[in-house]
Write a protein that binds this ligand. Structure first.
Ligand code: FAD
Length: 471
């Protein structure tokens, strides 16, 4: 780790890993330069979290409007406007991007627009201007890029990735989404709500393979009920042109099938983006999947050079990148720090939302032997019912002996907000009793979390009695 005389810090990349790192390092007394080539805020702000959530908000509002009109006996709803949706998204990006710039400037961070390349272990060069930036510590936060599949036909113009689909100019008639992870499913729901015929193809048995299988199966059932077609355990082998449309050949249970649609979205995951940085010039160790290897202080194999966020692989989420960025910033100015998280919550913003923190049931059982499971449906929660959003449930997993909460999965309204309390519980090793003894306000969705905790003890109030569930 660098000593505390080394305070000349270069941050490469202005996404949720890089810009909080720059601010933290500056607040701790570092002289900080941030080099970014793609727009402050990174993938998250320009092509990830913010645009997709803005589009989801737009289509969810549109669906509410359709429902209200129908209930009020009004005429047919106006068609959804792609232009209005894109304008709303672009406004949010502009607003947040300006805010990020202002924050960096107010903290005294110098912002350089351009591509950074390591010249040696002490200097970064800006490709476009040739400017040389000496550093005593550097933080690499260059993010990730969409993965591709080794199949024929990906270069047809109608085949898009998650960046290019944000720029489409008209609503397609049909869309095939390859990949049933959170990015694919969020886009599937956005386009289905715009009136597009959507098909999702997933290689594995279940969509959302990293989530609780109960949650994944329930969500698939809900999405199917809205008209989205799913092919699971199906492999896309080829894309070809058939007249004006794309023909997607899939293999399922040894049989070949053909799907036709006018757009294809490839959403099969992301990999660390470190190309062109010159890492090989300075001997930084990179793993087979392209991710930069780091220790628990986020330091690479070269002392004084740190890496954070998607560029180091693992869970690729904005809040994990930020937590790592702040750790690296402390280390870069000589203050010892360790990546702070034990658990990282994850959220998918479909309707209903999916959120999880901590262990899945199978992993918890393997680790602890006996576990307690509590489950509470939103159909028995007053707030969810009165808001007309009562699909889904909360599932709580605790270690049987200590009754410590080790995992929580939520499918339901505002799961993304609700998971905050669960994350605190898992992080602080709270017991079932800690949550059960905490009074939760009424009528709120958070009561469902407490009821799921009570159910694990066989004591839930708003569902029929069950026994304490040692599994
Ligand atoms: P990035 O945000 O990718 O930032 C990297 C920056 O570095 C970019 O600005 C890039 O231009 C710049 N850069 C790269 N190379 C260089 C170079 N050589 N010189 C100068 N600059 C360089 N995460 C969530 O937590 N919640 C969500 O809801 C969510 N939704 C998503 C939806 C989509 C469609 C996608 C694609 C991603 C989503 N993510 C979400 C993931 C999230 O966007 C990433 O985990 C996060 O952006 C990673 O932050 P980062 O700082 O590591 O990298």
């Amino acid at each position: 780790m660098s000593d505390n005389r080394q305070r000349n810090v270069i941050v490469i990349g202005g996404g949720p890993g890089g810009y909080p790192a720059a601010i933290r390092a500056a607040r701790l007394g570092g002289v900080v330069t941030l080099v970014d080539k793609g727009g402050l805020g990174g993938t998250c702000l320009h092509r990830g979290c913010i645009p997709t959530k803005s589009m989801l908000k737009f289509v969810h509002d549109y669906q509410v409007m359709k429902r209200v009109l129908k209930e009020a006996g009004g005429g047919p709803p106006p068609a959804p406007s792609l232009t209005a949706m894109m304008n709303q998204k672009n406004d949010a990006i502009r607003h947040l991007s300006a805010g990020t710039r202002a924050l960096l400037e107010k903290n005294g961070v110098r912002i350089v627009s351009g591509t950074a390349v390591f010249q040696n272990r002490h200097t970064v060069r800006v490709l476009e201007t040739g400017e040389e930036l000496p550093f005593s510590a550097a933080i690499i936060a260059t993010g990730s890029k969409s993965m591709e599949l080794p199949i024929e036909g990906l270069d047809y113009p109608g085949v898009l990735n998650s960046d290019r689909i944000l720029d489409i100019k008209e609503i397609p008639v049909s869309l095939t989404v390859i990949g049933g992870g959170y990015i694919g499913l969020e886009f599937a729901q956005i386009f289905q709500a715009l009136g597009v015929r959507v098909t999702v193809v997933e290689l594995l048995e279940n969509i959302l393979p990293t989530e609780d299988p109960d949650v994944a199966q329930s969500l698939m059932k809900i999405m199917k009920s809205t008209g989205i077609i799913f092919y699971t355990a199906a492999r896309v082998t080829r894309i070809s042109l058939a007249d004006e449309t794309l023909c997607i050949t899939i293999e399922k249970e040894g049989r070949e099938d053909k799907l036709f649609s006018d757009r294809v979205l490839l959403a099969v995951g992301r990999r660390a983006y470190t190309e062109g940085l010159g890492l090989e010039n300075i001997g930084i160790r990179v793993q087979g999947n392209g991710a930069i290897a780091v220790n628990k202080h986020m330091e690479t194999s070269v002392p004084g050079i740190f890496a954070v966020g998607d560029a180091v692989g693992g869970v690729m989420l904005a809040h994990k990148a930020s937590a790592e960025g702040e750790t690296a910033a402390c280390c870069a100015v000589g203050i010892p720090s360790t990546a702070p998280y034990r658990v990282i919550p994850s959220v998918m913003y479909t309707k209903p939302e999916v959120a999880r923190v901590g262990l899945l049931e199978g992993v918890a059982r393997e680790k602890y032997g006996e576990i307690l499971i509590g489950r509470f449906p939103f159909a028995a929660n007053g707030r969810a019912v009165l808001e007309g959003n009562s699909q889904g449930f909360v599932k709580v997993i605790a270690e049987a002996k200590s009754e410590c909460i080790v995992g929580v999965s939520i499918l339901g309204p505002d799961a993304g907000h609700l998971i905050g309390e669960a994350a605190l519980a898992v992080e602080m090793e709270a017991t079932l009793a800690d949550v059960a003894d905490t009074v939760h306000a009424h009528p709120t969705l958070s009561e469902a979390f407490r009821e799921a905790v009570l159910d694990a003890k066989g004591e839930a109030v708003h569902i029929p009695p069950t026994l304490k569930k040692v599994r």
